[in-house]
Design a protein around this ligand. Sequence first.
Ligand code: F6P
Length: 539
Amino acid sequence: MASSTLICETQPWKDLKSHVEDIKKTHLRELLSDTDRCKSMMVDFDGITLDYSRQRATPGTMDKLYNLAETAHLKEKINRMFNGERINSTENRSVLHVALRAPRDAVMKSDGKNVVPDVWNVLDKIKDFSERVRNGSWVGATGKALTDVISVGIGGSFLGPLFVHTALQTDPEASKCATGRQLRFLANVDPIDVARNIAGLKPETTLVLVVSKTFTTAETMLNARTLRAWISKELGPSAVAKHMVAISTNLTLVEKFGIDPNNAFAFWDWVGGRYSVCSAVGVLPLSLQYGFTVVEKYVTSLKNLPVLLGILSVWNVSFFGYPASAILPYSQALEKFAPHIQQVSMESNGKGVSIDGKPLPFETGEIDFGEPGTNGQHSFYQLIHQGRVVPCDFIGIVKSQQPVYLEGEVVNNHDELMSNFFAQPDALAYGKTPEELLKENVLQHLVPHKTFSGNRPSLSLLLPSLDAYKIGQLLAIYEHRVAVQGFIWGINSFDQWGVELGKSLATQVRKQLHASRVKGESAEGFNFSTTTMLTKYLK
Ligand code: F6P
């Protein structure tokens, strides 16, 4: 395929377009009755089992999808990424977050320079610093140990670390290392989030991490100034040196803010914000909370499960036209997984042009959302069973982090949870026919309401347990799944120009609010609706 050709102009794409019409004629009920097909759609990968037999696909579909991936030069694109080429062409950057998981002796180059030693220098610095804070040799301005950490950051500087923290919190090994410590995240500029974060904390025992790749994000910088004032007011301005550290690529602005660059933890412009959880962005706050040894384990590697997940999603989005995708972990520990992947996926792949800037005649990206089961079942599952078709990823865990055994119950809590994990994919796939309902003596007038069309695709991932290593695996699988989708669609998954327009309009409004508050100026230069709303707000 020539580099200027759009993927939708290629023969494999066209073949899949006609193939999907054939597949639409076959109900999942029928596909699931073919045991050989089902066998071929179950994969074991580094302890994780993937079952994708409930996708509306046959082995023939998979061949066609692999053919499409080949035509899109997927392998070459992955290699170019791993080789540190500047594949993020609109920002002229390489995309090397994969180097954050590299072993110490690996070689991964950006612009001819091996970046792995830089990665490990920062990891060593984190290990040393977090150990000193945890063992009380780095103390606050009044000589007290710093037991509480507030990590200030938004988007990629927040969602990934929050997800891993939430997942580790109930892991017995990790949680025993966190005794007596607290880790909180301040993301929203909403003063309510500030109030919630400082509630019950004292500046003298609190360490604030300012996490921002650019160190210019308006919300993060205002929140950082607010917490700097909170510390200075109580302990004096010199206390900032002991109570605030930074994680950023912009060490000049870190220094300008008043944080000693020696107390800054670097990362690099080849790490996209939403792919930064394995850099200091995630490793520092989590090491302060759980100790470096626990956290080091979630920095792991990948094989080829992500390719499979990526091509299946292209199949669902581009050929069936399903716009959304649900991530449904049957584990409360994974409650922040969907919000994290939502950013990774939607900020990466929600694009309107090809990597060469050509408008795309097809939609890219998917609307990702999700909640842990079974909570989601009592919320939005009605829609996915009888309303719109939303391909689902079910994620289940064999061994709970926190098993409970109650005498006299039919099943324990975890088995109860997992009964639902196993039942839901079949409910979606098979549905329930009017004939089946009538056999059950359902009243005639209720039959249409109780009918389930089925034929709704899903896949299931079964993990043996949920420790730091497995959490890292899950993270890597979904990060790379997103990259694979983008490589096939032929877009740049690593820029995010779509967030800029709103930011620049907010600058204009911010100036107006300042002028109105300070000089009493009335709102000007906005359209009728914004002027009216602003005027009401300013009253
Ligand atoms: O929302 C846009 C964005 O640029 C994200 O990509 C990024 O993760 C987030 O803002 C925060 O950016 P920074 O880490 O530079 O403060």
